[in-house]
Design a binder for this molecule. Structure first.
Ligand code: GLN
Length: 482
């Protein structure tokens, strides 16, 4: 049951072989038994989960079920969920019980999915290793000495350890794809604007995008169908026809042109990762795809550009939390200012403070043009590179992460090394393009390797097709560490 696909679970529920309450209890017990080892969940609430499971069973009995009705889904603790503690991995929100649902949560509730718990994450989604969480580091189920990646590390760890059939994540510069790669699972960050950011606590609003994390591409397709759709409460939400993301899964890949950005294969990637990527590309050749060399000349600037723009947006977003926590007690403006300062000093961890410092600096008078405006211009060039390259190919591939999972503590004192974890993922984020990671084998110390698949705008169905066809002929996605 713990290894079952979403489709299999759905069939078992429909055929009444198991009820949602039974399924939910089974996963809650598994979390209870194993979460201390992985620290993948911040909050588990049996009462709330079982109440949802009961509603799901009624929907199934009444013939109102859709495919994910009654299935437990782990929710990243960045999504506000009514009645649930919603911390975003921060002390700042450690007593915040959300009075409302994020759009993503609403969508899962509407179809009768069960929230099985809120997953651990880097504080305010800032990190690549899940070590910045106020709730302590998450461990990688393949090796508890290793990080799970971040910032959606709790979700990745939970799915890999089979503590949940699937989970949600968010990705600003790589936070769905990198932890998916490091934990040996599948994850997709959709085109910017497809998933509403309403109630999804902001990190960098022009980059943040929610998406699913699961065992397989087929599971991702079902999850994505629930998560996407127009929402007037998010001003960047896109108004588009609803899509069935499973529609192209079975299409053969013959004639598919896979672009290999030469900059992603040049240097930086470790030998074991390179080896697994080459083998995966061979598999795609066998499936009838042809490889085309493409170039993304400005992509080497994506990390510096990202670390100007993301902190700039974050520093503006985060100032609101000071207001939430202390603002109402202020008697004067000076008073308020003191409170803000105190709140920042006490409420945020070191990485968040570093980002606020960078963000405030690049937005300040005298530096704004040199850093912020300059970064916006380079962002445009990075985007244009993709537009040009997609004239020669249908999809792009490369490594998701330059290395397999590193050890807890290995990079936490070296921000630059940590930031370089997203060297392959941040360019697609800056361009607003969809990106995905699927498991393709194991590297050093038997730790998982992920393949990065970048699609053109709105080609999620094609990307899922490309991933699914690979998963039909390989079994990496079915391996589990426990
Ligand atoms: N690792 C990157 C950062 O620390 C990206 C995080 C994310 O995508 N949320 O900002």
């Amino acid at each position: 049951m713990f290894n079952a696909s979403l489709k299999q679970l759905s069939t078992q529920l429909a055929e009444k072989k198991i009820s949602s309450v039974e399924l939910t209890k089974a996963f809650l017990q598994r979390i209870e038994a194993r979460n201390t080892e992985y620290n993948a969940f911040i909050t588990v609430n049996e009462e709330l989960s079982l109440a949802q499971a009961q509603v799901a069973d009624q929907m199934i009995a009444a013939g109102q079920a859709s495919q994910l009705t009654g299935i437990p889904i782990a929710q990243k603790d960045i999504f506000c969920a009514k009645g649930w503690l919603t911390t975003c991995g921060s002390k700042m929100l450690s007593n915040f019980v959300s009075p409302y649902d994020a759009n993503v949560i609403e969508r899962f509730n509407q179809i009768g999915a069960v929230n099985i718990g809120k997953t651990n994450m880097d504080e305010f989604a800032m990190g690549s290793s899940n070590e910045t969480s106020y709730y302590g580091p998450v461990r990688n189920p393949w090796d508890v000495e290793a990080v799970p990646g971040g910032s959606s590390g709790g979700s990745a760890s939970a799915v890999a350890a089979r503590l949940a059939p699937a989970a949600t994540g968010t990705d600003t510069g790589g936070s769905i794809r990198q932890p998916a790669a490091l934990c040996g699972i599948s994850g997709i960050k959709p085109t910017y604007g497809l998933v509403s950011r309403y109630g999804m606590i902001a990190f960098a609003s022009s980059l943040d995008q929610g998406g699913p994390m699961a065992k397989s591409a087929e599971d991702l397709a079902l999850m994505l169908g629930v998560m996407t759709g127009f929402d007037a409460r998010d001003s960047t939400s896109l108004q588009r026809e609803t899509e069935d993301y499973t529609r192209d899964l079975e299409k053969p890949l013959s004639g598919l042109r896979i672009g290999l950005p030469k900059e992603y294969f040049a240097k930086g990637m470790s030998k074991d990762v390179e080896c697994a990527v080459e083998q995966a590309l061979d598999e795609y050749r066998k499936l009838g795809a042809e490889m085309v060399e493409v170039s993304l000349p400005n992509s080497q600037l994506s990390i510096p550009v990202y670390y100007v723009l993301a902190p700039a947006e974050a520093s503006s977003n985060l100032s609101r939390f000071d207001g939430v926590r202390y603002g109402h007690r202020a008697k004067s403006y000076g008073d308020l200012n003191d409170m803000y300062r105190k709140s920042r000093a006490e409420g945020f961890g070191a990485e968040v403070k570093r980002r606020i410092l960078i963000g405030t600096y690049v937005l300040s008078h005298g530096y704004y043009d040199a850093y912020y405006i300059k970064a916006q211009k380079v962002r445009r060039l990075i985007t244009q590179d993709f537009v040009d390259a997609f004239k020669q190919c249908d999809i792009m591939m490369g490594p998701t992460s330059p290395t397999v999972a590193f050890n807890i503590g290995e990079k936490s004192s070296d921000p630059i090394q940590m930031y370089l974890s997203d060297i392959y993922t941040s360019a697609a984020s800056l361009a607003g393009l969809p990106g995905m990671s699927i498991p393709i084998g194991f590297g050093d110390k038997n730790r998982p390797v992920g393949l990065h698949i970048i699609g053109n705008y709105f080609t999620e169905a094609k990307m899922l097709n490309v991933a699914h066809q690979y998963q039909l002929v390989t079994d990496w996605h079915q391996r589990s560490p426990v």
